[in-house]
Design a protein around this ligand. Structure first.
Ligand code: HXC
Length: 510
């Protein structure tokens, strides 16, 4: 028995060494952790239970029968994050470049199947040279099996991808179908075709970092939701994110202890909105002042900054926040901000996370770039996402809510549950100046008359009361008591159930 146990330990030690100390040193030399070190940081200490440590590939081509590393380039299993179960796979770049063989893919599929059966999130750490070239179509088939599971798991359990090395070619499509993508600056990249192919086909010269690095994907493409300085920081932030999320679509998000009174009054909010309607202010100040302990987890922070998305807690319960940001493009809606917010709203709705919408929106951004880019369809995504969302929806208009954008931003007409407005709100088809120029065009040459018309329009519509008279606004509230009002609104909606007509699935404008 002793010999058998020694043999087991020796095999385990061999498997844990992955591609060997030399390659581990090379990995560290690039500022990257190994697959196992990453799992250790991600999960609660000592909680990792590994599957398939001794799995090897079955390829016999190109001399592969002579190199059969235990585990086949990916470490898989489950563990806990602050006591809550998650499944994880972590590709091991030290083993054949983390390349994906049929068996490597099968290991990933196994934990994905278990995650769906047991209702726990899947966290995938990607660091791979892509399809195992020696295996040909077997490797591609393996990717296909993973893709199919990504699709089946979508909306059932949260899926988080952490890109910590190469992720190229068709391999990018697995992370692309997950709910969140995190990247590490300077050591990770994602692209469908690499710099060499780009040079040949389009004659563009770009580095891998420029083409698909963390900065590109968080600022330009919006493929990634956040970028971090190193592996340690990225993994700590995944833990923080998981704390906001339910484990699956059948359970509520976790309730955390909170030390912040739900009816905390914030007098400073009474002066947040400047007197001049064209002066910007920082909507993040409102978000932070509403949140339990001021804790705001922002997503896509560097993309489409005219809209803000992220999670807070109210009375210890997760709330998704969507907010126009008057500091950037006056908080206007455009293609990028509509897409960003629509995807976030849909995530919240999948996982029963209530949505708080903070509105200060002058309308949609005009211009050929927007129209040619399909702002009609992209704007419709946000409208559609709000309208189909059945989670509790509470909306607070702080200042402008003009035109179509008023309707889009979780208005009463899109089945929001509570619609509040600050006394500073202006709910109208457009601003007073624009309105006057259209309906009193004949008087445009007369400055006095135009000023009077503008004032008349402002008196009539630059307030929340017309909408409140019609019940489109449930209550005009004091800015200082917003946290209390919103917390109570969500508390009253905890048992909300909304029956929906039968359909196979919807057809959101794509
Ligand atoms: C087999 C691979 C591999 C792969 C790397 N390795 N990629 N083995 N299949 N795809 C091996 C290398 O041979 C090497 O083995 C070790 O991993 C480390 O690789 P290096 O090249 O030394 O590392 P580095 O210089 O850091 O370069 C990393 C790399 C490069 C940029 C990822 O290895 C590379 O270009 N690999 C090929 C990428 C690729 O074309 N993949 C297929 C993409 S198509 P030794 O023994 O020397 O240490 C694809 C389709 C998916 O993925 C489709 C899904 C539908």
């Amino acid at each position: 028995m002793k010999d058998i146990l020694t043999e087991l330990e020796s095999r385990r030690a061999d498997a844990r060494l992955g591609g060997g100390q030399k390659r581990i040193n090379a990995q560290h030399g690039r500022g990257k952790l190994t697959a196992r070190e990453r799992i250790d940081l991600l999960l609660d200490e000592g909680s990792f239970e590994e599957f398939d440590m001794f799995v090897t590939h079955r390829c016999t081509d190109f001399g592969m029968e002579n190199q059969k590393p235990a585990g086949d380039g990916v470490v898989t299993g489950w563990g806990t994050i602050n006591g809550r179960q998650v499944y994880v796979f972590s590709q091991d770049f030290t083993v054949l470049g983390g390349s994906v063989s049929a068996t490597h893919a099968a290991k990933i599929c196994k934990i994905m199947d278990k995650a769906v059966e047991n209702g726990a999130p899947v966290i995938g750490i990607n660091d791979s040279g892509g399809a195992r070239i020696q295996e040909g179509v077997d490797s591609l088939a393996g990717y296909g099996e993973v893709f199919q599971r990504n699709i089946m798991a979508s909306g059932v359990v949260p899926q988080i991808s952490v890109i910590m090395g190469p992720c190229a070619g068709g391999a990018v499509y697995s992370p692309a179908m997950t709910d969140f993508i995190f990247m590490v600056k300077d050591s990770s990249y994602m692209f469908v075709t690499g710099p060499d192919v780009v040079k040949t086909v389009t004659n563009e010269q770009v580095t891998a970092e420029e083409l698909g690095g963390a900065s590109t994907h968080t600022k330009k493409s919006s493929v990634a939701d956040a970028a971090f300085n190193n592996d340690v920081e990225a993994l700590a932030e995944v833990r923080r994110l998981v704390d906001f999320l339910p484990l699956n679509n059948r359970e509520k998000p976790p309730v955390r202890p909170f030390f912040d009174e739900p009816d905390r009054i914030e007098t400073s909010l009474d002066t947040l909105v400047p007197e001049n309607a064209n002066t910007p202010y920082d909507m993040k100040e409102l978000i932070v002042k509403l949140a339990d302990e001021g804790d705001f987890y922002e997503l896509q922070e560097d993309f489409a900054k005219n809209i803000i998305t992220g999670f807070i807690r109210l009375e210890g319960r997760t709330v998704g926040v969507v907010a126009n940001q008057p500091m950037v493009l006056a908080g206007v809606l455009d293609i990028d901000s509509a897409r960003k917010a629509a995807r976030f709203v849909r995530f919240c709705d999948c996982f029963d996370i209530p949505i708080l919408t903070l509105v200060d929106v002058p309308g949609f951004l005009p211009g050929t770039t927007q129209e040619y880019g399909g702002v009609i369809k992209h704007g419709a995504k946000l409208l559609y996402a709000y309208g189909e969302a059945t989670v509790p929806k509470v909306t607070v208009i702080t200042r402008k809510a003009y035109g179509g954008a008023y309707v889009v931003m979780a208005s009463k007409h899109l089945a929001a549950d509570f619609n509040y407005a600050w006394p500073t709100s202006e709910i109208a088809v457009m601003g007073a100046k624009g309105a006057t120029e259209i309906i009193h065009r004949a008087d445009l040459g007369d400055a006095d008359k135009t000023a009077q018309h503008t004032k008349d329009y402002e008196d009539r519509f630059a307030n929340p009361f017309v909408a409140a008279e019609r019940g489109f606004i449930d209550e005009v509230i004091q800015p200082r008591s917003t946290r209390k009002r919103v917390s109570r609104a969500f508390a009253s909606l905890r048992n909300k159930k909304t029956p929906m007509p039968w359909k196979k699935h919807d057809n959101i404008p794509l």
